[in-house]
Design a protein around this ligand. Structure first.
Ligand code: KIV
Length: 289
């Protein structure tokens, strides 16, 4: 049982379960890597859900462009706009007191170059109040990362499978298989660290390669589908809680469902509907006289 669950003060306050009256910062993240501490990250897209995760002690929340699929009903992350991101990231910031909130830079808001990236990131930091931004790409995004970091905006990088390139991949292939691909991934991870990123997401990278990257970097790796050796792990919250509906019921191998929220919510909705149709709700105690 963790200290977050028992409510007791841990001997060494960590990112998860540590008591804190302030927000987690990128300095806390760096210290966790030095301590060899693992930490969890979840996505969030609204204030109420984010407040639940904040109370649960989740130290870092990502307002991911996965909101395209998980929240806005699109088929991919590609259509998400900076305005949509800013609106939902602002809600997540307002719903939390402790977590570091990272806002994703949507497709098309940084690919033109460093100056465009700075304009978009500045908008997200000023308007939504996020403490850091995330963008996809390794060597190809190093200039953008460098300028943001020099301008005072902490950056989480994202290499391996980068979902904004879904049309180029033609699917969601595991990354880093084969010597050439592995060498490119190692170069990408090193490039984002050298450019000043404070952490790097490794998405769908083989566990062996992710372990090698994690050992070789002084910034933390945040794995998704990349094995247990990463410093941190992230899941899309609707996947984690059993809310996502999977085509054909096939849950991807890397997802572990920690709840059955879709079922629970459906049951609640049906119980409410049955009561309304049967005249059991509202009862006298729900009525004013
Ligand atoms: O958008 C997102 O949620 C992400 C995570 C899956 C890393 O990029």
């Amino acid at each position: 049982m963790t200290s977050a669950m028992t409510g007791q003060k841990p001997a060494t306050p960590g990112l998860y379960g540590g008591t804190s009256s302030r927000r987690i910062t990128v300095r806390d993240i760096a210290a966790a890597k030095r301590r060899g501490e693992k930490w969890p990250m979840l996505t969030a897209y609204d204030a109420m859900t984010a407040s639940v995760f904040d109370e649960a002690g989740i130290p870092v929340m990502l307002v991911g462009d996965s909101m395209g699929n998980a929240h806005l009903g699109y088929e991919s992350t590609v259509p998400v706009t900076l305005e949509q991101m800013t609106m939902l990231a602002g809600a997540v910031v307002r719903g939390t007191r402790r977590a570091l909130i990272v806002g994703d830079l949507p497709f098309g808001s940084y690919q033109e170059g460093a100056v465009q990236a700075l304009r978009s990131a500045t908008h997200l930091v000023k308007e939504a109040g996020v403490g850091a931004v995330k963008l996809e790409g390794g060597e190809r995004s190093a200039d953008q990362i460098r300028l943001l970091v020099e301008s005072g905006i902490p950056v989480m990088a994202h290499v391996g499978l980068t979902p904004q390139s879904v049309h180029a991949y033609g699917g969601h292939p595991v990354q880093g298989r084969g010597e050439e691909a592995a060498q490119q991934l190692l170069r990408d991870a090193k490039a984002v660290q050298d450019a000043g990123a404070f952490a790097v997401v490794l998405e769908l990278v083989t566990a062996e390669l992710a372990a090698e990257v994690t050992r070789g970097l002084h910034i933390p790796t945040v794995g998704i589908g990349s094995g247990v050796e990463c410093d941190a792990q992230v899941l899309v919250w609707t996947d984690m809680a059993g809310m996502t509906e999977w085509p054909g019921g096939r849950v991807p191998r890397f997802v572990k469902q920690y709840g059955r929220l879709r079922e629970a919510l459906g049951e609640a909705a049906r119980a409410f509907a049955d009561d309304v149709v049967g005249g059991a709700y509202p009862a006298d105690e729900h009525s004013f006289h």
